[in-house]
Design a protein. Sequence first.
Lengths: 245, 245, 245, 245
Amino acid sequence: MTLRVTVWNENVHEQNGSPASMATDYPEGMHGAIAAGLRRLLPDAEVRTATLQEPEHGLTAEVLDATDVLLWWGHIAHEQVDDAIVDRVQERVLGGMGLLVLHSGHFSKIFKRLMGTTCSLKWRNEGERELVWTVAPRHEIVDGIPNPIVVPAQEMYGEFFDIPEPDELVFISSFTGGEVFRSGVTYTRGAGRVFYFSPGDQDYPVYQQDEIQRVLANGVRWAAPRAGRSLPEVSNPQRDWFVAG
Amino acid sequence: MTLRVTVWNENVHEQNGSPASMATDYPEGMHGAIAAGLRRLLPDAEVRTATLQEPEHGLTAEVLDATDVLLWWGHIAHEQVDDAIVDRVQERVLGGMGLLVLHSGHFSKIFKRLMGTTCSLKWRNEGERELVWTVAPRHEIVDGIPNPIVVPAQEMYGEFFDIPEPDELVFISSFTGGEVFRSGVTYTRGAGRVFYFSPGDQDYPVYQQDEIQRVLANGVRWAAPRAGRSLPEVSNPQRDWFVAG
Amino acid sequence: MTLRVTVWNENVHEQNGSPASMATDYPEGMHGAIAAGLRRLLPDAEVRTATLQEPEHGLTAEVLDATDVLLWWGHIAHEQVDDAIVDRVQERVLGGMGLLVLHSGHFSKIFKRLMGTTCSLKWRNEGERELVWTVAPRHEIVDGIPNPIVVPAQEMYGEFFDIPEPDELVFISSFTGGEVFRSGVTYTRGAGRVFYFSPGDQDYPVYQQDEIQRVLANGVRWAAPRAGRSLPEVSNPQRDWFVAG
Amino acid sequence: MTLRVTVWNENVHEQNGSPASMATDYPEGMHGAIAAGLRRLLPDAEVRTATLQEPEHGLTAEVLDATDVLLWWGHIAHEQVDDAIVDRVQERVLGGMGLLVLHSGHFSKIFKRLMGTTCSLKWRNEGERELVWTVAPRHEIVDGIPNPIVVPAQEMYGEFFDIPEPDELVFISSFTGGEVFRSGVTYTRGAGRVFYFSPGDQDYPVYQQDEIQRVLANGVRWAAPRAGRSLPEVSNPQRDWFVAG
């Protein structure tokens, strides 16, 4: 069965041409780089992109019906995302669609909606070296991933990261300045799987890095829905319905 | 330090006089019975009540400032709760206020907001016997609680209960019909503790039962905030701020 | 890659002819029935059996080297299992071999070794109906499994079950008498996955039931090791070994 | 009720006079320093010490009967600890006694027994700066603890730390070399609470540091047993014993 992936990006840094490095780091935009990495590593997948600027942000009911796993990159335009679209994405996740939330997407409406917390954190943008350490060596997401991943220059994200206790803690990062961050965490919400992964930023070519692309590809495979997606619903069964039924 | 508790009830069954048994089961309303139980078992606490019908539903900023732990009972009027009040309560919980969500409160706006899921479940109202089994014997919430608690007649709540994997699973209930339910679950959200406890219904005098009152009193103590409540906030520290600071 | 499965049984009820129903319920022994179910549902797997009575209990280094997932059934002969074999099995699990522990195997040396607790529980053998409810609908182990599974007659296992907090709680059972039990729980230990599943007993033909066989087949697939099995080992790296290496 | 604490130390570095810094860093031994810190911060507690060299390693049944929380420091003499004493300590923990395992105690028999894993890790002893970051700000163990704790010079302990997924992850450390470590983790085993805390080493005066002493004092309070300690035991109840009983 073909795996259908949609990479969503607010696509504002790209359109603004800010930072200027975007032109060389991400000539096709961050969504373009992420999608290219997934196509390379998941040759059986159909990978499309969608952006804030499209009608319904490119996330129509039809697109989501045809999406097994959605990736979400947002930063400076979280507030421009229509609440009705957030409702729609949340419902699909609870019904079984996988979701990967990337980097500054920690403050996206959809992530805060699914977490219930502020999702706040510490940050500092000085191009520090990030080391991404595996703490769950048996997890599908770390298949073929070196330990640690070395990201030469990156924005620092530090604790306290205000998220619910993760179902699984997969990666912990450290930065040159000594801060640490739970940089790869998983959750199940309803019938859907959610993976938050922090490495990746508009100022650095992190999504061009092979190991980072592999984490995303593994994450997509891990988050893919099982057959029979459906939203959990309230029901009022008779006694012994399970015997009769 | 005095523990300050607010018992919130939508107070609609009480005002409607429906069911009729309310008049004998809960002459002071369910909030009245719950508050009386807490006063009996937590003599050092200040226990007040608040209801939907009061201005700002009785949950003004002043009331919440003076509330260490909030209990929430709602059923048929969830949609009448003002979103601005829900925002306020959520912010207080993330900042450290304890929250106990009771029975049909699983569908309250505040609980769905903190969980991120549908919070749906199975139900059947035939007065079945509920057995509430302890599966976390070391937990503060089960101090002095018999195992199982026998609730002679109760509405059935059954799995699948669409909640995030709990931080701690404290109670599992079974019902005459054979269904099971994760009837006592805990979460931390931000700096606040949340305890959902399902036994208790407008049709049965469950909140008059000594063991049930004890669970609520233990839950209040467990959820009480530590000193220094504050909402986790984003920050942008200098390198080595922790050495200088 | 062929999945290599070994079904281990102490094989004492079978040899004793006790209970007498064993002859009709399990003409090939419980291990025979379990292995037949796995062969039916995992046609790509190589399934062998091993028993207590064989040299080294049938669990030589060679057999374990060629085992991806081991299933363990024991009851009245736990103490006859050689500690050196338990050491060997534990080391393989920590190195990545999957382990399914069945029913009364909760008191086996290997399970207690991996859990660190007494693994005690309540029990009563009166042929009660067991209902096995799914509480993790997204889990691989419940693929294609009805909710609930109805086991017409079974020994009751009840809480408190003295195990560590599971990584994932997959099934909760209820019994005619009203007791509940965490009947399907998962753990990761080292690089290995462990699944404990309680339905199944020498007195009842539970392992002949299609749904039960499906749970075991799903469990085997879930517990199968990833490439590169190895025991986590202490190391003393140089500074920046990860950059040089 | 007086809290009764026993600080256990293998006391071999102390007796060997190796390292030489021990004489100035820990004139009363590490157990002496730890006990002094607890006496200072828990004035209501009775704190005693016990060492490997005493009869029954100072952990007689009488001592353990009178111990609410045991702290364990060991390093080069793990193998000299008698298995019968380890059995005894494990039984007490499962019955409700609290246990704090310190630093190189990760390789002690008692910790490996309770975890079921190898408990291996990375290490490097070059006096690196350790930063101990709080990731569970609501936890009792972090009350009054600065974030981060700065340990000027310490042995590096790094991931992968082969432990079961913790019940609660309280602290993550980073080191000058960039490694990270889950340096404060909690577990419940049976009726007992276990806290592993890694900062502290024979080569550095870490246990003289106020913040480290506070973590230990908080940990002792958190791990203290509730009333009615007893080992979980198998039982064979009649139907409806809970109604009659």
